[in-house]
Design a protein around this ligand. Structure first.
Ligand code: CP3
Length: 348
């Protein structure tokens, strides 16, 4: 098959065409494991200043591409910019993670605005336009948002929690109030993703990091349904929009997530069961994943074996090589290089 010089292998996989060498990138590839990121981070001051200063956001988006020549760049931002646009107070405290004003009573939720202030997000769109101009045309640019369930867990608790108990409780005790938060995130995420496509994103990813804590009925209501509405809302304006879902920890519920949401690909975590994925997921959509981020810290033979496992499990079908979740700050750069080299040496 002849390919034009602007064909993006990453987008090809999402469009149904398996690539002989699987395209490769890493979730959270711009981040603290890179010294050049830490340098810009120190210059920027606060984390949101880093996200909302296009010059800095462009730089850190491109850093992992320069080092590893990945097949995709992901725009540097955060899933919590949506609550920020909705007028919530969002802060990132060093060493502690995000802090928001908790929406922990139905009264507070009643007062939540459902209209985002998109002028606050304009710097993200500007950064996308600039990255697209600077990026090699063969490299895809990924825009993203958090799935409503995962974003809501932070909005309700006001911070990360080990098992998302505050949001789960709110959803059981006050489902109507909780649905109001979810609806506001759905509507604004559609607009945000459409803005990212317009600014130059080739592909969108919806991160549902905390999907795996929900029982099946709740998973359907708070993860699948809202994600389906986002996918439909985006495709209503951009029918061929390419969308990757990441319902982390969904396990055996993945096939129904894929069928119901209509995503073009799913990102799978490292605990996924290969035959279930091959037979019930990869038979319908592309699969992205799923190296354990801890084996990338460990390195050595364990890393080689784990890379080979991902390839032998999934590379016969449509695969985007990635981690099963984000890269951790303590990961040695040499181990990332080892992984990239091994994936790129694959001929299948
Ligand atoms: O390189 C990339 O992937 C692009 C940028 C990106 C960030 N966050 C930057 C970031 C992306 C795609 C995210 C998504 C995100 N943010 C998720 C979903 C994906 C996942 O990893 O589960 C979630 C749950 C968040 C919320 C969030 N942001 C938390 C919990 C934290 C603190 C803990 C942590 O992971 O560091 C953040 C901060 C954050 N977002 C950092 C980065 C690089 C670290 C901030 C710093 O440099 O001080």
């Amino acid at each position: 098959m002849t390919q034009s010089p602007t064909t993006k292998p990453f987008v090809e996989v999402l469009s149904g065409r398996r690539q002989p060498v699987p395209p490769l990138w890493m979730m959270r590839q711009a981040g603290r494991y890179l010294p050049e990121y830490r340098e810009v981070r120190a210059k920027a001051g606060g984390f949101l200043d880093l996200c909302f200063t296009p010059e800095f956001a462009v730089e850190v988006t491109l850093q992992p591409i320069r080092r590893f020549a990945f097949d995709a760049a992901i725009i540097f931002s955060d899933i919590l910019v949506i609550p920020y646009a909705l007028g919530r107070d969002v802060r990132f405290e060093v060493g502690e993670g995000p802090r928001l004003d908790p929406l922990d009573t139905p009264d507070k939720i009643g007062a939540l605005s459902s209209t985002g202030d998109f002028t606050k997000l304009e710097p993200v769109f500007e950064a996308l336009r600039r990255v697209r101009r600077e990026l090699d045309p063969k490299i895809a640019l990924i825009g993203f948002c958090g799935a409503p369930w995962t974003v809501a867990t932070y909005m309700v608790a006001g911070q990360g929690t080990p098992d998302q108990a505050p949001a789960r409780m709110m959803a059981y005790r006050h489902p109507e109030a909780f649905a109001k938060i979810i609806d506001a995130i759905v509507e604004n995420s559609v607009l945000y993703l459409l803005g990212q496509l317009k600014a130059g994103a080739d592909v969108l990813q919806i991160f549902d990091t905390w999907a795996g804590v929900l029982p099946p009925r709740e998973f359907q209501r708070w993860s699948v349904e809202p994600t389906k509405r986002i996918v439909a809302g985006v495709r209503k304006k951009v029918p061929d929009a390419k969308i990757i879902g990441f319902p982390r920890g969904a396990g055996a519920l993945l096939p129904s997530y894929v069928e119901a949401t209509g995503v073009d690909a799913v990102s799978i975590d490292w605990a996924a069961e290969p035959s279930l994925i091959r037979n019930k997921v990869q038979s319908r959509v592309a699969v992205q994943g799923n190296l354990d981020p801890l084996v990338l810290i460990a390195g050595g033979d364990a890393l080689d074996r784990a890379v080979d496992d991902v390839l032998s499990n999934y590379a016969a079908g449509r695969l985007i090589f990635n981690l099963g979740h984000g890269i951790q700050p303590e990961t040695p750069i040499a181990h990332v290089e080892q992984m990239v080299k091994r994936v790129r040496a694959y001929r299948g």
